[in-house]
Ligand binder design. Sequence first.
Ligand code: ADP
Length: 733
Amino acid sequence: MDHQPKFFENLSGTGKAIGVLTSGGDAQGMNAAVRAVVRMGIYVKAKVYFVYEGYQGMVDGGDNIVEVSWESVSSILQVGGTVIGSARCKSFRTREGRLQAAYNLVQRGITNLCVIGGDGSLTGANLFREEWSGLLEELAQKGKIDEEAVKKYAYLNIVGMVGSIDNDFCGTDMTIGTDSALHRIIEVVDAIMTTAQSHQRTFVLEVMGRHCGYLALVSALACGADWVFIPEYPPEEGWEDSMCVKLSENRARKKRLNIIIVAEGAIDCHNKPITSEKVKDLVVQRLGFDTRVTILGHVQRGGTPSAFDRILASRMGVEAVLALLEATPATPACVVSLSGNQAVRLPLMECVQMTQEVQKAMDEGRFVEAVRLRGRSFENNLNTYKLLSQKKPDAELPKTNFNVAVLNVGAPAAGMNAAVRAAVRVGITEGHKMFAVIDGFEGFARGKIKEISWGDVGGWTGQGGSILGTKRTLPAKYLEKIADQMRTNGINALMVIGGFETCDRIKQSASGTKRRVFIIETMGGYCGYLANMGALAAGADAAYIFEEQFDIRELQANVEHLTEKMKTSIQRGLVLRNENCNENYTTDFIYQLYSEEGKGVFDCRKNVLGHMQQGGAPSPFDRNFGTKISAKAMQWISKKLKETYRKGKVFANTDDSVCLLGMRRRNLVFQPVAELKTETDFVHRIPKEQWWLKLRPLMKILAKYKTSYDVSDSGQLEHVAMHSPKEAETGAI
Ligand code: ADP
C-alpha cells in the first residue's frame, strides 16, 4: 500500500440529494451503475432520486423525478439496457430547457447529479453545471424561486460515468457496456464459425462503431479474423488486391472459413465509406467465394450485462457517490473510470475534448494521430492485430537461430490457447524457431516436444481448455530430464503459460423463486477471487473466502441479515463460498446451518459449480488478454535472448532471466520469479497480497451490511496525460 487507507465515516451525505440519470444510447451495465449509486447514496444517508428518461425527464419534472429506496433497485443488476429509461432530448440543448431542468432539481433540493451516458450527455452535464448559478439567478428574477434557495443551492456537483458500447471515450480503458457488446459479437462469431465450417464460406460481419473501431478491432483480435476495417486505420491504397490475395492464400491452405470484420464507420484513406456490402461484392466478383454479410445491429446492445460490466459499473457507481461527497465548488466536474484495475477520477471536459480531438484528426486525415489519441491500449490492440494477422514472407523475416518452446502448466484455463497462438506467431515474426511442448513439464520430460508453425495455431483464439495439453505436475522431480530435452532440442528460452489456480467462466442463474437462499461453491483453490468477484457481479449477500477468515458470529450475522431481507420485497438470497475457504465450515455445513436457522423463513439450495468454471469457450476478454500478454512476453524473451547472447551461447544466470508477466495496478510488469517467492504463500498457492480484497466492503455495502468502506479503491482527481491517457497497456483488468 502506498497510501494510508482513508476510512469512510467522515464522509456523510446527510442533507444531500443526488439525482441519477441515464442518457443517450443505452448500454448493458447501466443498471448496475444506477443500483450502486442508489445504494451507496442511501448508505451515506443521502436522498437519492431517479430521473427517468434522461434529460427529458429532468426538463419535464413531475413524476419523472422520484425519490427511491434501497429496494427500488433490487433485481436490476443482471438486466440489460436501463430500467430508468434513456432519451435524446432536444430541449436540454436550449437554455430554456436547462432553466426548466434547474427549477425541477431545486424544487427537490437536488444539487448532485450523476450522469451515465456518452460524450454528448456529459458535455450537456458540464454546460449545465457551468450555467447553474446563472440559471438560479434567472429563476429568482422570474420569481420562481427565492433568494434563499439561490444561496442554499448555489453549487451543482456533477459526476459522469461513461455508458457506451463503443468504448469511444478518451481517458477510460473500458466504458460500461463495451465488454457485454463484445460478448454478443463473439457469441455470433462462434455460432457462425460452426455453421460455416460445414461449407467453405466467407463471412463479412458488420459491427457497431460509427466513429470508433474498438469493437471491430477487439472482435477481430478475439476471433482471429482475416481482415478488419476500422475508421482509425484506413487500409492502404490497393487494399482490394492485398485482401483478395490473403483470402485466396488462406483458402489454398485449406482454411474453410474467412472472417472479415467491418466497423459501421469504416473508411478508406480518401475518407470514403467501406461498407460490408462493398466488401462482399468485391470478394464475390474477384474470387467467386460464397460470401455472406451479417449485420449485428442492436443485438450488440442487448442481452444481460457481462460479469465484467456489472463489476465495473458497480465500482464506478460507488466511486461516483464518493466523488460527489468530496466535491467542492472548486473541483471541476469529473468522470469516474477505470485505468488498469484501478478506479480513477478524471476531469470531465479534458476527456470530452480529447474524445472530440480524435474525430477531428480522422476528419482531417491524420490517422496516425487519431490512433495515438485513442490511447495506448487502443494502439496496443492495433499493433497486436497487425503483428498476428498476417505472416510476412519467409524472406522478409529475420533469422535469429534461437529456439523457443511454449508450454501450458497447471489447470486448463480459457484463454490459454489464444496465448499460445500469440507466442508462436510473435516468435516466428521475431525470427525464432518455435516449439510446442505437449502435456506440461511431464510431457517435456518425456520428450513430447515438436516444432510448431504459423498455420498450426490458426483458429486457436476461440478454443477453450488447453490444446497443447497441460498437467499439474511440478517440474522439480523432472528437472534433469527437462534439462536433457532442452539440450537435445537446443531450446534457448521457455515460455510457460499457466498458474497456481486459474479458472474462468462463472455463471449464476438468478432465480425468480421467492424465499430462497442459494449457496454456491466456486473453484479457485485457496484463492477467493472468483467467489468475491462473482458475488459482486451477481449482487450476492455474502462471499466466504480464505483470505478473510470468518467465524460463527459472522455466519450468524449473515443468517440474521437474510432473515431480515426476507421481510422486505427482495425475498431472495445468494451466498458464494470458495471451495477452500474453511476446512470445517464446508459448503454442506453452511447449507445445513442456513437451512436450520432459516426454517419457516426461507429455504436453501446449494450448487457446486465444479469444472464447468474451467470449461466452455473463452470470453472475449480472456482471448485478448491472453493474446496481448503473450505477445508482450515473447517480445521480452527476444530482447533478453539478444542481450544475453555471447559467443554462440545464451547466458541466463541472473534473477531477471526468469520473470512473470502480469498486471499490477495499472501496468504490465515483468517481475523476477525470485522476487515473487517472497510475495507468495506457497502452502495455499496464492499471493500474500490480493488487490481485489479492497473490493470486499463494496459488495457488503451493496448488500446492505453495515461496514466501513476503505476508499483506497477510489482515485483522486487525476489529470489526463494528453499523450497516453490509457495507462494500462492491456485494457482493463
Ligand atoms: P451520447 O451521450 O450517447 O453521446 P447524445 O450525443 O445523443 O448521446 O446526447 C444525449 C443527450 O445529451 C442529448 O439528446 C441532449 O439532451 C444532451 N446533450 C448532448 N450534447 C449536448 C450539449 N452540447 N449541450 C446540452 N445538452 C447536450
